[in-house]
Design a protein around this ligand. Sequence first.
Ligand code: C5P
Length: 398
Amino acid sequence: MSSLSQKRIILGITGGIAAYKSAEIARRLQDQGAEVRVIMTDSAQEFIRPLTLQALTGKPVHTDLLDPKAEAAMGHIELARWADAILVAPATANFMAALNQGTANDLLTTVCLASSGKIIVAPAMNQAMWSQPASQENIECLKQRGIAILEPDNGIQACGDIGPGRLQQPEAIIEHMGSVFDSGILSGKQVVITAGPTREAIDPVRYISNHSSGKMGYALASAMLDAGASVTLISGPVSLQCPDRCELISVVSTDDMLAATAQAVTKADIFISAAAVADYRVTEVASQKIKKKSDKMSLNLSKTPDIVSILSKDNPKLFVVGFAAETDRVEAYARKKLEQKHLNAIIANDVSRNDIGFNSDDNEALWIDANNCKALSKKSKTQLAREIAVLIANEINH
Ligand code: C5P
């Protein structure tokens, strides 16, 4: 799984002859696992048809700022919030001037202005236009504002001129996009993450478990890898693909998870306990399938070991982050768990809502530590995981 996996990328296409290469860029981004939505300016549509990009991405191409129908489906602010990054390739001199000025007179410039994500611009134009002081000043200003510029290649241009101004090759652009998400803020750190549910056997065919999908823990594993950490993911049974730079240890029961995690954290700096560990297990697991006899049946249950509490006590130097799924008084209950479980931080969410949390792709949470309570607004679990990586890095690097 590449670092583009599950990243949401807007591909902005402006009006230049190199627009034909955008189709290849869209395809390659998706090959790397990214979700792609395309915005085309009016002049881009003179060079390449929206239908080509729609067929490649399987999503309608966004073209209009003031089209009520398009805005009702996914408006410009939603598009800006949706994206982890905006790649504009090719970017014309006109687009870069507009981006520098902060004008918002079409959909692409408006979305760029409304976005808090990363913006990457791959210019392509005639060599004389590129070399103009006006273009160079725009480029310098954009760089200073943190916008990445993929400087054009030198060579023969469509107009016959020779010089700088050719759009970088799609492979080079994709390679750069992969590195956009590699922040390195946790480089050299060892992280252990538990994810998914645990299962407690009742008899050889039945078990007690819960609805955890593992999505949050797996998203955290990707975010930690992008941050430069080495990651061991200790996962209960889920149907998710493990990021390929990550060591995966698959477990079933709480005891298995405790044993694997206790071993892994001895060489770790950070432990994130995202698993929805079963709270109770059957006191005595039946060795044969229990027969259906009477209308009612009782199970004798005992508490499972609390993995995160045990390991935070045994490893005082470990930076430990827990999760709290609550249905009411979210902050108060989470704070109590922060103290009782000796955590450095806890991420609390309201599981009474069905638009976030268990099984959902989105989450909204509170980050609570000894001094702070920070609201993490609703976003994809991938985006939330990256925000959590930054919060952890701030805590352990200060
Ligand atoms: O007590 P509660 O289950 O709400 O606490 C949630 C936090 O504790 C999560 O971080 C979860 O991974 C961890 N936990 C654990 N072992 C258990 C129960 C919960 O590590 N047996």
